[in-house]
Design a protein around this ligand. Structure first.
Ligand code: ADP
Length: 814
């Protein structure tokens, strides 16, 4: 089937596909066309990685647009949203507009209504529905990429409920679900009332095997000798072997999957020794340049470790990398400049980085709930293996698992090579998942009675799969009780049918897109903080379930809102931002600890020695913490409390301008993690700010305290720099240098001696001009201005951070 022969697409699309090298449709694509994907029919395509699922989605979306409709493409990872948007933007030449919806979870993204294709994560779509985005009603086609992720305990339920809502709003909606090969694709098709295209076809042959001793045994019965010398690393040998085996005139690159970030980093060091010896002079030059870019992209150790291996032609890839570095590695690997990458399994899915050889070095991963090393799912290992073989570049792909003994070799064949992937199972009938979705379903008007709610839930995969309907009902009832007890829902059983309505605060919580339990934790904490600040006499905030105010520590007497530098200069801070300094004694650490305690925050783990360390911190700073510290004998609760304190301390360090490197070292995390924690805290503090308005209706002090704590996290600065750091392009490090040079506020920037500004900004003319421009200075030009280096010197001495300009630092977020 040729693309030009397809009907129903915008004019010229067939020709454009042909020009891209799509001469004929792959068999699964042809099957999708036969099943009516161009005519608005729903479809589940369960086909292997790299066999052209994206084109199936494009055919569906483009034909929907040609019919005058609008399409939504749901991506499994936020990082993939812009990648997909860029991919679809090539259709703009054919009059198709594309938009991507990222960013905060509490807007309705109205502008997206004018786009033909919108790309978003399921969380984003869910939040758009909650915020009443009207354009959702106009959708005619929805694509769900990697739909097998409904099996994921954390994120699956959101995808499941979102698809159910979209289909409820528009019963004629075309639903196209793309899936890896799974054990029960027919069940998914049944759930979505869709035709099923299931296939094992791959555009390039894949051999899967196990290496043991001196050879790889493949599933097709063939054997390939790969001798590993005594003491030699088998993975390194396999990577070297692929590089030394020429096909299409070149050696093949490898992707190595390991089970932790640390292992990814150490494996990359070993692999770099292999790749280093196989580079041309030109490659060495280009890699040196790339390494420089990588090093400058972030001031943390991870970036510098990454640069060290990149220079030698290898890399590691995990969620701790900063986004620009991740993209740089992927691009260079696709360009075959980087020849070996070691990666963690989380990144196996979705990232389009094919390699000739895939080595699955670790097939077990530590799992806390499991209580030890747990074998990976077949589906996951198959997806890793599916990354092997680059169409048009490699004659074949090879996936190799590693065994140290004959028994393991046999086990690996049985467990993975010959095994069928597991069936996908809905994870909806769990309290945390239903808590949030039941509230949102009622708040957004999808159900107004208990029975209506259960009917709505009947459209989910869970209901399709289960034989035990009572389980969903009983979890739903438990959740309804919880939501009622926390005043998020009102239930009225007076006239026979139980009606449900979200309360005002319930609506707010649904729109804020936080777990109702997080909202309850925040509300309780804020009420308590306000009550104790008022000396405990404010009956207005007392409610059942909240510890009485007199049990809470006395915030009224302890005030640590201000800058911790104690340099005597903090008096004017509040005025600088043009806001009142809150009189209430809610400390930043108290709030950081509070948000870290919510189920929406991922706490840092306690490592060895941490229990003692944070027990000490806990008692030293107890007065600042909101709520009463659990007893040390309540093991689980106490440890949770300390883990949240550790996370809270990380945020506090960040807001105290501690260097990224030092934070990374102190808490054993990568820069990507710091960023993740900071973004989550910012989001939760934003939610807390809205909730505080409900609690603190009297003087708004709590709202102010939360806002300032949030801004400090957002900019990564102390109180005194809030005003300066809020100016675009300034960021935490430059703000500190300007401050030390005597420029303390945005207003100062408009008046200050330009040579001082330039000196504090290390003589960078363009930067200085942009800073002045954003501060609203009338004439920001630095023409003929000489930097005042005494200002620069003062700044350096004052900030204690003389190395690196920091303009690319995480603190500047972009
Ligand atoms: P999947 O989403 O199934 O993992 P992709 O859609 O990313 O796979 O496709 C893998 C590669 O195959 C892409 O580079 C794509 O351009 C190419 N491709 C898809 N369909 C065809 C086709 N019919 N002919 C040639 N190349 C194709």
């Amino acid at each position: 089937m040729e693309p030009t022969a397809l009907s129903g697409l915008p004019p010229g699309v067939g020709e454009a596909l042909e020009a891209e090298g799509v001469e004929t449709l792959y068999p699964p694509q042809a099957a999708a066309v036969e099943a009516g994907v161009l005519d608005g029919e729903s479809l589940v395509a369960a086909v292997p990685t790299a066999s052209g699922k994206t084109l199936i989605a494009e055919l569906a979306m483009l034909s929907a647009v040609e019919r005058g409709g609008m399409a939504l493409y749901i991506v499994p990872l936020r990082a993939l949203a812009s990648e997909k948007k860029a991919e679809f933007e090539r259709w703009e030449d054919h009059g198709v507009t594309v938009g991507v919806s990222t960013g905060n979870y509490s807007s309705d993204g109205e502008w997206l209504a004018s786009r033909d294709i919108v790309v978003a994560t399921s969380e984003k779509v869910d939040s758009l529905i909650r915020n009443g985005a009207a354009w959702i009603d106009d959708l005619s086609c929805v694509v769900s990429d990697e739909v097998h992720l409904v099996d994921d305990g954390n994120r699956g339920p959101t995808l499941e409920v979102t698809l159910a809502k979209l289909r409820r709003v528009n019963p004629t909606l075309q639903t196209v679900a793309l899936s890896a090969t799974v054990g029960n694709a027919a069940t998914i098709a049944d759930w979505l009332d869709a035709a099923l295209v299931e296939s094992d076809w791959r555009p390039i042959a894949l051999r899967t095997g196990v290496h043991y001793g001196n050879a790889i045994d493949f599933d097709d019965g063939s054997t390939q000798e790969v001798c590993v010398d005594r003491g030699e690393d088998a993975t390194a040998r396999l990577v070297a072997d692929a590089l030394d085996t020429e096909a299409d005139g070149r050696g093949g690159s490898s992707l190595v999957f390991v089970n932790s970030r640390r292992n990814a980093e150490s494996a990359a060091r070993t692999l770099a020794e292999v790749t280093r010896e196989r580079l041309t002079a030109d490659e060495r030059d280009r890699l040196r340049e790339l390494a420089e870019t990588v090093r400058e992209a972030s001031d943390a150790d991870t970036a510098s470790d990454l640069a060290d291996v990149v220079e030698r032609g290898a890399a590691f890839h995990h969620a701790g990398l900063s986004a620009p570095n991740r993209a740089a590695i992927e691009d260079a690997f696709r360009d075959r400049l980087i020849k070996a990458v070691s990666a963690t399994p989380t990144l196996a899915a979705g990232v389009n980085t094919p390699a000739r050889r895939v080595v699955v070095r670790d097939w077990r991963r530590y799992d806390g709930e499991f209580g030890g090393m747990k074998p990976l799912d077949v589906l996951e290992v198959h997806q890793m293996c599916g990354r092997a073989g680059r169409p048009g570049l490699d004659p074949y792909g090879e996936a190799v698992l590693l065994a140290n003994d004959a028994d393991t070799k046999q086990e690996l064949f049985e467990r993975y090579v010959w095994a069928e992937p597991e069936p996908v199972r809905s994870k909806l009938a769990a309290e945390p998942a239903l808590r949030t979705h039941v509230l949102a379903t009622v708040a957004s008007g999808f159900a107004s009675t208990r029975r209506g709610l259960l009917e709505f839930l009947d459209n989910t995969l869970y209901a399709t799969q289960t034989d035990d309907e009572r389980r969903l009902t009983s979890v739903t009832d438990a959740v309804l009780e919880y939501l009622e007890a926390n005043d998020f829902l009102e239930r009225d059983r007076s006239n026979g049918t139980e009606t449900l309505a979200a309360t005002g605060i319930g609506h707010t919580v649904s729109r804020l897109y936080v777990d109702p339990m997080s909202a309850a934790t925040l509300l309780d904490g804020l009420r308590e903080a306000c009550a104790s600040d008022d000396g405990g006499d404010s009956g207005a905030y007392e409610r059942s379930g909240t510890p009485a105010a007199d049990e809470a520590p006395g915030f009224g007497t302890y005030s640590r809102v201000d800058d911790a530098s104690d340099d005597g200069e903090t008096g004017g801070d509040g005025a600088a931002v043009g806001e009142r300094v809150p009189a209430v004694g809610i400390s930043a650490l108290g709030l950081y600890h509070l948000v870290s305690r919510t189920p929406d925050a991922y706490e840092l783990y306690l490592k060895s020695g941490d229990r003692e360390r944070y027990t000490e911190v806990c008692y030293e700073r107890e007065a600042e913490l909101i709520g009463s510290t659990p007893s040390e004998y309540e093991d689980v609760r106490f440890e949770d409390w300390l883990a949240a304190l550790k996370t809270g301390r990380l945020l506090e360090d960040w807001a105290e301008e501690v260097d990224e490197d030092r934070i990374a070292e102190r808490y054993g995390v990568g820069p990507g993690d710091i960023r993740g924690k900071v973004e989550t805290a910012e989001w939760l503090l934003r939610a807390a700010e809205t909730l505080a308005a409900d609690v603190d209706a009297i003087d708004g002090d709590a709202v102010l305290a939360v806002r300032r704590a949030r801004k400090r996290v957002e900019y990564g600065v102390r109180e005194q720099l809030l005003d300066l750091a809020g100016v675009r392009t300034v960021g935490r490090k430059r703000a500190r240098r300007l401050f030390e040079a005597g420029i303390e506020t945005r207003a100062d920037l408009r008046e200050a001696d330009k040579s001082v500004v330039l000196g504090a900004l290390r003589g960078r003319v363009r930067t200085a001009e942009r800073v002045l421009e954003h501060a609203g200075r009338e004439d920001p030009s630095m023409d003929d201005v000489d930097a005042d280096h005494t200002a620069a010197a003062a700044a350096t001495a004052g900030s204690g951070d003389g190395d690196g300009d920091g303009q690319a630092s995480l603190g500047d977020f972009g």
